[in-house]
Design a protein around this ligand. Structure first.
Ligand code: AMP
Length: 611
């Protein structure tokens, strides 16, 4: 991921070394004094926001100390402040949550009521995000030398944005960052030297953006030292794109032209500055891409690549085998942990195995608290976190330096932009400490059952979608006896699979088109991030329903019980991941149907699109 450096001069080796040293010293300092920094951060947030409506309403009365803050302020979720956020979106500019003006909304991939959550942000937060980015390469350079001697091939994209009724922009955090001067006007730095010109990243058309970034990456193949995207799914999408479009790309490289489908003028101009007719390179790429096996295609086409920089923690771990295959086992590097609410931390041992990745939270980013989490170690391995907390539970939150090794916690943040004791929804486990600052394994996002890309579908959303779909079966006197689901990432892009066991009472056979309608109804009922992934980003494939033989779910129960589940407490898992269970379901599938078209999706919220 890109980072924003501070220097403006083309640095010499010496000044780069000095800058790296300073950055690493900063990490030493803030982690050594983690508690002091956290205390100061909270004081700063609370003193400058002492007069905002939200803090006044809760009676904080200008106090800035931790004790009063923890006693007076509730631990909340998005729904608790949604009315305030709606007021801001509708044009109320009074200091509701934050004393500084809200500059825009960041649209999270976490949803509420089927729509992306809107996170208010302020201008200065861009500086905090840039700071976190600026830590990444000095850390990386400790382990991989010479990264300043070449380029990074990163596939970075912007997404569509909407305007709230009051005219504030609402867009994903990375779109906001790439469009900001922190990224666009970054001074020269060997660590932010990318193969993709800004114009190709900032192109709103995802095909043109991907095509031009790939073309530039191929042209500069020998200079590439590291490759990546934000999430693993995005990088695999880029490889898939290459699989489909290499003949066209080679044609352009051979002739030094840009395909006519690339109509965005600034993109064409930027690419033309890099592209030269190169028949030899075109021959080489053609020869590699037309081989039967694509194993190691990354190291074959970009021979100097030292690592793949993508997030493979959390649900993205499902992509590790595919990435290993394409990269011939290059190190997979997860550098940072961040969200729309706040950027959290960095991985200080970037070359560790994906299963061992831990993120050190940077204490200057926000004020962090931790809610202990208890696992139900049943078959579903579900994590129990109460939706709203009573007073006793609110007292159990611990500070950054007080978390215990091995314990799991839900992350709670208080940010400069006006979130107070806000539950992020991520579950983390303490893996160790850097000085006084804890390092966390990312365990999971609470309640998410299915995820392919940045979509996060929970059990309630799935249940609701299935309920809508089964209405199509009513005329056939058929009902759904049981169902479960699976995120199938063996296809590119991955897709949701639902396993349905039916009770058939009628005699009329159910035509395939009815099941296809069921698929589409489920997709239409899922949240906006899922539908955007299907329609706009094409990062999720058509949803599939597999009808399984009668008795399949009994077999599933028998299997779970044989593994130690209790008969009394057994509940059908609404999502399965364990390979033998998926195999059992697949072996009993009698037919399969796909969604025949994309569901509907529009940028922004439903109510903003009415006029
Ligand atoms: P968003 O609010 O859409 O930016 O998504 C932020 C969420 O993405 C976080 O709360 C996490 O659930 C997930 N996420 C971000 N970084 C990582 C990471 N390094 N590993 C695993 N999950 C991550």
């Amino acid at each position: 991921m890109p980072e924003a450096p501070k220097n403006t001069q083309k640095p010499t080796d010496y000044s780069l070394e000095l800058k790296n040293k300073k950055t690493l010293q900063f990490i030493e300092d803030v982690t050594s004094n983690a508690d002091g920094v956290q205390k100061k951060v909270l004081e700063e947030i609370l003193s400058r926001n002492a007069h905002v409506e939200y803090l006044q309403r809760h009676g904080l009365n200008g106090h800035t100390d931790r004790e009063t803050f923890k006693k007076v302020m509730p631990v909340i979720t998005y729904e608790d402040i949604q009315l305030h956020i709606d007021r801001i979106a509708n044009g109320d500019t009074s200091p509701i949550l934050c004393s500084k003006p809200i500059s825009e909304f960041l649209t999270s991939s976490g949803t509420s009521g089927g729509e992306r959550k809107l996170m208010p942000t302020i201008e200065e937060e861009l500086g905090r995000r840039s700071l976190l980015y600026s830590l990444l390469m000095p850390v990386m350079s400790q382990f991989v030398p010479g990264l300043d001697k070449g380029k990074g091939m990163y596939f970075l994209f912007i997404k569509s944005e909407a305007k709230t009724p009051s005219g504030l922009v609402a867009r994903p955090v990375l779109t906001s960052y790439y469009k900001s001067s922190h990224f666009k006007d970054r001074p020269y730095d060997p660590y932010t030297n990318y193969t993709s010109p800004n114009e190709t990243i900032l192109c709103p058309d995802s095909y043109q953006s991907m095509y031009s970034q790939m073309l530039c990456g191929l042209c500069q193949h020998k200079e590439v030292l590291r490759v990546g995207a934000v999430f693993a799914s995005g990088f695999i999408r880029a490889i898939r794109f290459l699989e489909k479009h290499w003949p066209l790309l080679c044609k352009d490289i051979r002739a030094g032209t840009v395909d006519a489908q690339i109509t965005d003028q600034p993109v064409r101009e930027a690419v033309m500055k890099i592209l030269k007719p190169d028949p030899k390179l075109a021959d080489f790429i053609e020869a590699e891409c037309s081989k039967d096996s694509w194993q190691g295609i990354i190291t074959r086409l970009w021979p100097n690549t030292k690592y793949v920089d993508v997030i493979v923690t959390g649900t993205m771990s499902q992509y590790i085998p595919t990435l290993d295959y394409y990269s011939n086992g290059l190190p997979l590097v997860c550098t940072m942990y961040a969200s729309s609410e706040c950027y959290f931390g960095v991985n200080l041992k970037p070359l560790c195995k994906p299963s061992e990745v831990s993120y050190t939270l940077i204490p200057t980013m926000a004020y962090f608290e931790f809610l202990p989490v208890h696992r139900n170690n049943g078959v579903t391995n579900s994590i129990s976190v109460p939706k709203s907390l009573n007073e006793k539970e609110q007292q159990q939150l611990v500070d950054l330096v007080d978390v215990k090794l091995g314990q799991e916690y839900e992350l709670v943040v208080t940010t400069y932009a006006g979130l107070y004791r806000y539950r992020v929804g991520d579950v983390l486990r303490v893996a160790g400490f850097k000085n006084k600052a804890p390092q966390f394994n990312f365990i999971c996002r609470k309640n998410v059952v299915l995820s392919i890309d940045s979509d996060k579908t929970d059990e309630v959303e799935l249940q609701h979608a299935v309920k809508n779909a089964v209405n199509h079966l009513l005329p056939f006197d058929a009902t759904l006896a049981e169902y479960t689901s699976y995120a199938d990432t063996t296809t590119i892009p991955g897709h949701y699979v639902l396993y349905w066991e039916l009770s058939l009472n009628g005699t009329t056979p159910i035509p395939p088109s009815v099941f296809e309608d069921c698929c589409l109804t489920i997709e239409e009922s899922l949240n906006s991030v899922y539908r955007q992934g299907r329609v706009c980003d094409k990062s999720i494939g058509p949803l599939e329903i597999k009808i399984v033989e009668p008795g399949t779910f009994d077999k599933l129960m028998d299997y779970a019980i044989s593994l130690g589940a209790s008969i009394n407490q057994y509940k059908t898992p609404r999502c399965v991941k364990f390979a033998p269970i998926v195999e059992l379901l697949n072996s009993r599938a009698v037919s399969s149907y796909f969604s025949p078209k994309c569901p509907k999706w529009l940028p922004g919220r439903k109510q903003w699109n009415m006029n």
